[in-house]
Design a protein around this ligand. Structure first.
Ligand code: V47
Length: 381
């Protein structure tokens, strides 16, 4: 293998080429190698084996129905307390009104996640989903992280499975991947000690999978976690995905690494941290995820947190999905994200085309809605 500069990777290359699964220590070796060309090549091999040149995106809208939250995660700059001027709290009717205000023809996915509201009663949540489905039958509602589902279970005194069942009956299409942070206890105690425990987060996703609902998984990286803890996070997800595929025919759609945004939160302040993750750490992370999470259909490059330029580069590093047009986003932007609030569909298509890839518009269920032509490079000849 002439192209391989780090010859210690040779057994890993053989395994990836043969479609074999990597062990934990092999995943770690990928994190530590300085042969980034090899890493990119392996991640891309895996990605192209699954999807060829296709890169998926969705015409979407994000909405946070409240920023009121009592949980107190130290990385969060989004949450507000009651009475603060920057707090908001929409009723189900106001949620529908907000969607109407931002609605553009062709939008399919409505992605909602918010704070753990201190007072709303359980009925508020299925009612909100029902009203959205009634008013916007074309919108597919992807909402409520596993952390929020646990909160709803507490306020309703219903088991989490029943909460999921009732939300699904109201029209919930899928669950987003938030609230996962880092599973390792050492980290979770410092950044999200009052939030859903790792085992419960995984259990709730398994329950959603058992109902035929597809979900996503995130990982918040770039703060106090070690590389071992990142890989441990992926390892637990890979195990659950194996189980959900075997038991229910499928589980997670996508894994989404979330780059820590360092402004306006106590975690960054306590660490004296003002720097964002570096581009190569973002790319390395995406590539390791693509290779290690061999049973995940997609690795998502989230342009809101790593910027659209690096997201475009990540299409050579294992990424097959770049989320959506979004319209307005507040969680990352409250913590210093420098990306725009929204991207147009045309600019997402162009990002993918200019990377020499094939843009595919999908919906929240990953149905393919439209394939766009390849880049104009050949066309211009
Ligand atoms: O759970 C909060 C994270 C998540 C910060 O499922 C932060 O398709 C970085 O889950 N720096 C919400 N991250 C966003 C989310 C998501 C995003 C895109 C796609 C999908 C999907 C899900 O944002 C939270 C938390 O982990 N977050 N604060 C911060 N300072």
């Amino acid at each position: 293998m002439k192209w391989l500069r780090d010859q210690s990777l040779a057994p890993i290359v053989e395994k990836v080429e043969a479609g074999e699964r990597l062990a934990f220590d092999e995943g770690l070796r990928l994190y530590h190698t300085r042969d980034l060309n090899a890493l990119m090549r392996l991640a891309n091999l895996h990605k192209e084996r699954l999807h060829g040149d296709k890169v998926y995106f969705v015409h979407s809208m994000r909405l946070e129905f409240t920023n009121l939250c009592y949980v107190g995660c130290t990385f969060c700059a989004f949450a507000a307390r009651k009475g603060e001027e920057r707090a908001w709290d929409y009723s189900p009717e106001e949620v529908a009104e907000q969607v109407r205000r931002r609605y553009l023809p062709g939008i399919t996915e409505l992605h909602m996640s918010s704070g753990h509201h201190p007072n709303h009663k359980w009925d508020y949540y299925p009612e909100m989903v029902r009203q959205l489905r009634q008013n916007f039958p074309d919108l597919q509602v992807k909402a409520f992280t596993a952390a929020e589902i646990e909160h709803l279970s507490k306020i309703s005194k219903k088991p989490t499975l029943e909460v999921l069942r009732e939300l699904q009956a109201a029209g919930l299409a899928a669950m987003p991947g938030g609230g996962a942070e880092i599973f390792a206890d050492r980290v979770r105690r410092q950044i999200a000690k009052n939030k859903v425990k790792a085992e419960k987060w995984l259990h709730i996703h398994r329950e959603a999978h058992s109902l035929g609902m597809r979900t996503n998984a995130t990982m918040l990286y770039g703060h106090i976690e070690t590389l071992e803890e990142r890989l441990d996070h992926m390892d637990r997800l890979r195990d659950l995905q194996d189980d959900s595929i075997a038991q229910f025919g499928g589980g997670f759609h996508a894994f989404i690494p979330l780059a820590f945004q360092p402004l306006g939160n106590t975690l960054a302040q306590n660490l004296g941290k003002t720097e964002y993750t570096t581009g190569l750490d973002d790319l390395r992370n995406l590539a390791v995820a693509r290779i290690y999470l061999d049973n995940f259909p997609h690795i998502k490059g989230y342009w809101v947190m790593i910027g659209s330029e690096l997201t475009q580069v990540s299409l050579d590093w294992g990424v097959s999905d770049i989320d959506g047009t979004i319209q307005e986003e507040h969680i990352a932007h409250a913590a210093g994200a420098t990306s725009p609030m929204a991207l147009s569909q045309a600019s997402m298509v162009r990002m993918i085309q200019d990377a020499g890839r094939l843009p595919v518009l999908r919906d929240a269920y990953y149905h393919e809605l439209e394939t766009f032509p390849r880049a104009g490079l050949e066309a211009a000849d």
